[in-house]
Design a binder for this molecule. Structure first.
Ligand code: HEM
Length: 218
């Protein structure tokens, strides 16, 4: 992609932020967390075991919840960083492009961005119940060819490749730390919030792997 087009794209994405900051869950198109959804194929018992494997404890839930109010006023700034990263990598922005023209679909980016912002707050709420599990599976399907593009009715590329889903765990969580440190908490609390985020995002990437994995192998 030409640098001028890239700058334009990043600007377009950044300009949507003022509107998005005030979005309420009920007004976010395609956001169906808490609505009646198919039951996740991952059970609450399996979830509990994955948490144990990840050393994810009640303390992590506590520190995720501590991060909520730290991150809430910074959601749009965080999204600027993450979208800037995706937007500056042609091999990633392609997943938001129109399959026919190859150009990034600004409307698609905008709609997903709203749900992504809400996801930051949902992750920080750390309510790991059946509703959360069910919506996790919807997010999984939305990255996979089973469900990608359907929520927003777009004609983008049909599937996000698994390798990038796993790889993005690092930039998403590494870039969060400076934001966690802006809430006036001690160095030790910031570190604990960050560790909790590392685990929570890994937990979610594991759940989102489900449709990519051969039946019976999850
Ligand atoms: C740790 C890795 C990742 C995280 C935390 C993440 C997070 C999210 C979230 C929260 C959503 C919105 C879910 C909803 O509909 O409520 C989403 C959707 C989406 N993500 Fe990711 N994502 C990751 C990896 C990737 C990668 C590698 C790509 C490729 C560029 C990508 C591209 C997309 C696209 C295109 C959508 C919209 C899918 C659709 O509904 O059509 N994501 N992601």
């Amino acid at each position: 992609m030409q640098p001028s087009k890239l700058a334009g794209l990043i600007l377009t994405v950044a300009l949507t932020t003022t509107l998005l900051a005030s979005a309420k869950p009920g007004t976010i198109p395609g956001y169906t967390y808490g609505k009646p959804l198919p039951t996740s194929p991952v059970s609450l018992e399996m979830l509990a075991d994955i948490k144990k494997s990840l050393l994810f404890t009640a303390d992590d839930e506590k520190y995720l919840r501590m991060s909520h109010d730290v991150l809430k006023p910074q959601v749009e700034d965080i999204l600027d960083v993450w979208y800037g990263f995706v937007g500056s990598n042609p091999h990633l922005i392609v997943y938001f492009s129109d399959a026919r023209t190859g150009k990034p679909n600004g409307e698609y980016l905008k709609r997903v961005r709203k749900r992504f912002g809400q996801w930051i707050l949902d992750t920080a709420r750390a309510d790991y119940d059946q509703n959360w599990l069910n919506y996790q599976h919807q997010i999984a399907l939305r990255h996979h060819r089973t469900g990608k593009n359907k929520t927003d009715g777009v004609s983008s590329v049909p599937h996000i490749h698994f390798r990038h889903l796993v790889a993005l765990h690092y930039p998403v969580t590494a870039t969060l730390k400076p934001f966690l440190s802006k809430g006036g908490h001690s160095v030790s609390e910031v570190e604990k919030m960050h560790q909790a985020w590392l685990k929570s995002v890994q937990l979610q990437v594991i759940l989102w792997s489900y449709p990519y994995i051969k039946q019976g192998d999850f």
